[in-house]
Design a protein around this ligand. Structure first.
Ligand code: SAM
Length: 283
């Protein structure tokens, strides 16, 4: 942080574990005159915990323009400002982007600090090996729009990363399985860095039952990560054929081999799905 040139610092804050703040973030927070926060009531105790005495100003999605003007005025007075959200990186499924744009338009420096972000944290422990991922953030709240949005993503070979809140986790997982099919891998990353952190990988077709098995699994904050479209790009067709073959009484391995041969859907995925479908039918 340079003394002479005022700047807006974009500062990520912990997702839950207060130890997850960088030395540089602490240095910046302790040196700036102002901290622009998504929710000042949420951020005040955090700043107190870190011994930060900067003054707070509110910068949330409903006052971003006004907050930008306030921040530009502070910068014009030669004072630096740090921007924080409730948790993680500002402007990632959080307010901040419009404010940053205004500050840059006004000719001031915007300095990003690296730090916590739920999507990247979850991805690092997901075990998904796709070389690319698409970060989507929150899907639409209404089922129809959500499923329309998912249809647009269904054929992409990259991993898909979504954010979700506890009150919508079941319906979103249901939509994911309906549109993307049951054969892809879903990694449910819940309460990252917190006491009840859970990272569970399963087939999309098994996920709803796993969540419903224990109400605690539906609590907290979620990142949902899904493996990319299978080789044929037609996962649903593979699943449909597999179901028909199993219904005819074929053994799991033979049904999986045939579904793979007929549709081009991944052999291992078909085998895993056939196992889970047969298990589901037996219970
Ligand atoms: N800006 C934040 C970031 O960098 O990740 C995201 C903010 S967004 C409003 C909040 C969403 O992030 C939650 O609904 C959840 O999907 C995800 N999230 C935040 N903290 C999390 C955590 N500890 N574990 C899992 N997901 C989390």
């Amino acid at each position: 942080m340079t003394e002479e040139s005022p700047a807006l610092y974009v500062v990520p804050t912990p997702l839950g574990n207060l130890g997850d703040i960088t030395q540089r973030a602490l240095d910046v927070l302790r040196q700036v005159s102002w901290v622009a926060a998504e929710d000042t009531r949420h951020t005040a105790p955090l700043l107190k915990h870190y011994g930060v005495s900067a003054r707070l100003l509110a910068a949330h999605e409903h006052n971003e323009e006004a907050a930008a003007q306030q921040i530009v005025a502070r910068l014009n007075d030669g004072e630096s400002v740090a921007l924080v959200s409730d948790a993680g990186t500002p402007a990632v499924s959080d307010p901040g982007a419009r404010l940053v744009a205004r500050v840059r338009q006004a000719g001031f420096r915007v300095v990003p600090l690296p730090g916590p972000c739920a999507a990247v944290t979850a991805l690092s422990a997901s075990g998904l090996s796709e070389p690319h991922f698409l970060f989507y953030g929150f899907l639409p709240a209404k089922a129809r729009q959500r499923e329309d949005a998912l249809r647009e993503l269904a054929g992409l070979p990259c991993a898909l990363v979504f954010y979700e809140a506890p009150h919508r986790i079941l319906e979103t997982v249901e939509s994911l399985a309906t549109v993307l099919g049951g054969a892809r891998t879903l990694v449910i990353a819940r309460e990252l860095t917190k006491l009840f952190e859970t990272i569970h990988a399963c087939l999309l077709g098994e996920a709803l039952a796993w969540l419903q098995e224990d109400a605690n699994r539906q609590r907290g904050e979620f990142v949902l990560l899904i493996s990319g479209a299978l080789e044929s790009g037609d996962d649903l067709e593979g699943e449909r054929v597999l179901q028909l073959l199993l219904a005819e009484g074929l053994p799991v391995s033979q049904a999986a081999r045939l579904a793979h041969g007929i549709t081009g859907a991944g052999k291992n995925a078909m085998y895993e799905l056939a196992l889970s479908l047969r298990k589901g039918a037996a219970t």
